[in-house]
Design a protein around this ligand. Structure first.
Ligand SMILES: Cc1cc2nc3c(=O)[nH]c(=O)nc-3n(C[C@H](O)[C@H](O)[C@H](O)COP(=O)(O)O)c2cc1C
Length: 133
């Protein structure tokens, strides 16, 4: 199974409704394709983990990368995993619109099973956001 983690920058103002729209389509497509993961949005940047069949994750990522709602898409980690490390969610989501400390706890819980490097990526992203707030 392939696990891919990327970071990107939102283009223009992204609102809660935009996130809901992205999640709606993501959950439908990912549910169909057996793709799972986590989408984290801090108000400026997206951090997303995708897990599933290697070909399908690659195709999904290529589709996401071409999306005009973000730019500067950079892969942070691309690795083979024996099992899903981000749970069974078609696309779990956390945004900085939630309470900050609550968000940190939730991110920590969601990435608890991931490799130390991937875990550090997510928790430091959330922590940077909290300090900037
Ligand atoms: C930050 C971000 C994350 C996304 N994540 C996913 C995803 O996990 N799965 C997915 O199918 N589409 C995702 N999308 C949407 C895709 O870019 C694309 O709009 C969608 O897959 C098209 O689906 P459709 O052909 O069924 O309309 C994401 C878009 C953005 C901006």
């Amino acid at each position: 199974m392939l696990q891919l983690v990327y970071i990107s920058t939102a283009r223009g103002q992204i609102m809660a409704a935009d996130i809901q729209r992205i999640l709606g389509v993501s959950r439908r497509n990912n549910g169909r394709d057996g793709v799972t993961g986590l989408l984290f949005f801090d108000g400026v940047r997206f951090l997303q983990a995708l897990e599933g069949d290697p070909d399908i994750v690659t195709t999904t990522y290529e589709r996401i990368r071409a999306d005009a709602r973000h730019s500067g898409v950079v892969v942070l980690s691309r690795r083979e995993v024996d099992r899903r490390e981000f749970g069974q969610w078609a696309m779990a989501s956390r945004t900085a619109l939630e309470g900050e400390s609550e968000m940190l706890d939730r991110v920590a819980a969601l990435v608890a099973e991931a490799s130390p490097a991937v875990q550090a990526t997510f928790t430091s992203f959330a922590e940077i956001r909290r300090k900037a707030a």
